[in-house]
Ligand binder design. Structure first.
Ligand SMILES: Cc1ncc(COP(=O)(O)O)c(C=O)c1O
Length: 332
C-alpha cells in the first residue's frame, strides 16, 4: 500500500488561528476607479472600500476604537451598557462589537431608521433600540440619548461619537496610514463625507504630518433637507465637538440628485454598488479632478448598497409587517 506524502499536500485554504471577526476591522482595499479616472488625463481617483470592514461600514473603526479606549481607561466595564445615538452604521458596529465582546448595547435611532436595514441589523445582533422623533433626525437622537444617560449615568458607557476623540483617532492611527502605504505616499488630495467628522478629521490630521502638501476637503450635502444618508449639513445641524473646519482646505457641496445618479454610474462604469454617500464622495472627487492638472485623489466609500440583508428572516418579518392586512376573498 502506498503511503501519502504529507509534505506534498498543500492546505486547500490557510488555517486561521485565534482570529476574531473584530480583526476584520481595518486594512480595507483601496480601489482604483478605472473608467472614471480615464476622464482626467493626469489624475487617478481611488476609493477606500470601507464596506469591507466587519459590520459593513467605515463606522466599525471608530466604534471599536471608542470601545477599546473605554475599556483601557476603565470607564467601560462588563456591568455597563453601551449607549449612544446613531442613524445606522455606528449602531450596527456597536451591536456587533458588543455581541462579540459580551456587552449589552442600547441605541437611540430616529424612528424612521429603526425599521430600515441598519436598525434591523442592530436589532438582529441583540441591541436594544430606542426610537427618537422621526422629524428630528440625528439631532433628536443625540438629545434623547443624552437624556437617558443623564438619568442614570452609572448604568451606561456613552461613547458619544460626536465628541469623542477616539472617533477621529481611529482614522488618524489606521485609515490614513493605510492610504499612505497603499498609494506609496503619492496621494495629493483627500476628500470624505462628514457625519460626525471623524473620518475627515482623523485622516486630515495624519496627512498633515505625513505630507503637509496633501489637500483635504470635507464633502457635505448641498441642501439642508437632503437624501445623502450618513452625511450632515453642518450649517443646519448641531456641529459635532470633534469637527474643526479650520484644519481643512475646504468643503465640497454635493446635490442629493447628483449623488443618487452617481450610484448608477459607479455600478455601470466600475461595477461597484455603493450607498448614496459613497456616490457623493465620488462626485466631489470628480469635481476636484476637474480643477487640477495632475494628482492622486483618494476618497472613502463609507458603506455599500449590499443586498445580503434580504437573507435575514428579520427582514422578511419587517416586510410582512408593512403589508396591509390581507383581505380574504372567498371563492364560490
Ligand atoms: C453612511 C456614512 N456613514 C458615515 C460617514 C462618515 O462619517 P463620519 O464623519 O462620522 O466619520 C459617512 C460619510 O460619508 C457616511 O456616508
Amino acid at each position: 500500500m502506498g503511503s501519502i506524502n504529507q509534505n506534498s499536500l498543500a492546505p486547500a485554504c490557510p488555517v486561521i488561528v485565534d482570529q476574531s471577526i473584530l480583526k476584520k476591522i481595518g486594512n480595507t482595499p483601496l480601489i482604483h476607479m478605472e473608467n472614471i479616472s480615464k476622464r482626467y488625463p493626469n489624475v487617478e481617483i481611488y476609493a477606500k472600500a470601507e464596506w469591507r470592514n466587519a459590520g459593513g461600514s467605515v463606522k466599525s473603526r471608530p466604534a471599536l476604537q471608542m470601545i477599546e479606549d473605554g475599556e483601557a481607561s476603565g470607564q467601560l466595564t462588563k456591568e455597563k451598557i453601551i449607549l449612544d445615538s446613531t442613524s445606522g452604521n455606528t449602531g450596527v458596529a456597536y451591536a456587533l462589537i458588543g455581541k462579540i465582546k459580551g456587552y449589552r448595547v442600547k441605541l437611540v435611532m430616529p424612528a424612521n431608521a429603526v425599521k430600515e436595514r441598519k436598525g434591523v441589523m442592530a436589532d438582529f445582533y441583540g441591541a436594544e433600540i430606542v426610537s427618537s422623533s422621526p422629524f428630528e433626525g440625528s439631532d433628536g437622537a443625540i438629545i434623547l440619548a443624552k437624556e437617558i444617560y443623564d438619568k442614570d449615568p452609572d448604568k451606561y458607557f456613552m461613547p458619544d461619537q460626536y465628541n469623542n476623540d477616539s472617533n477621529w483617532r481611529a482614522h488618524y492611527l489606521h485609515t490614513a496610514e493605510e492610504i499612505w502605504k497603499q498609494t506609496n505616499g503619492e496621494i495629493t488630495h483627500f476628500c470624505a463625507g462628514i457625519g460626525t467628522g471623524g473620518t475627515i478629521m482623523g485622516n486630515t490630521r495624519k496627512f498633515r504630518e505625513l505630507n503637509p502638501k496633501i489637500q483635504c476637503y470635507a464633502v457635505e450635502p448641498a441642501e439642508e433637507l437632503h437624501g445623502l444618508e450618513g452625511l450632515k449639513h453642518m450649517a443646519s445641524s448641531i456641529v459635532p465637538g470633534i469637527y474643526d473646519e479650520s484644519i481643512l482646505d475646504g468643503k465640497i457641496s454635493v446635490v442629493t440628485e447628483d449623488g443618487y445618479n452617481m450610484v448608477e454610474t459607479l455600478e455601470k462604469e466600475e461595477g461597484i454598488l455603493v450607498g448614496h454617500s459613497s456616490a457623493a464622495a465620488i462626485v466631489a472627487a470628480m469635481e476636484l479632478a476637474e480643477k487640477i492638472d495632475k494628482g492622486v485623489i483618494v476618497t472613502v466609500f463609507p458603506d455599500s448598497c449590499d443586498t445580503t440583508y434580504i437573507n435575514f428572516g428579520k427582514f422578511k418579518e419587517f416586510q410582512d409587517s408593512q403589508l396591509p392586512p390581507a383581505t380574504h376573498k372567498t371563492d364560490h
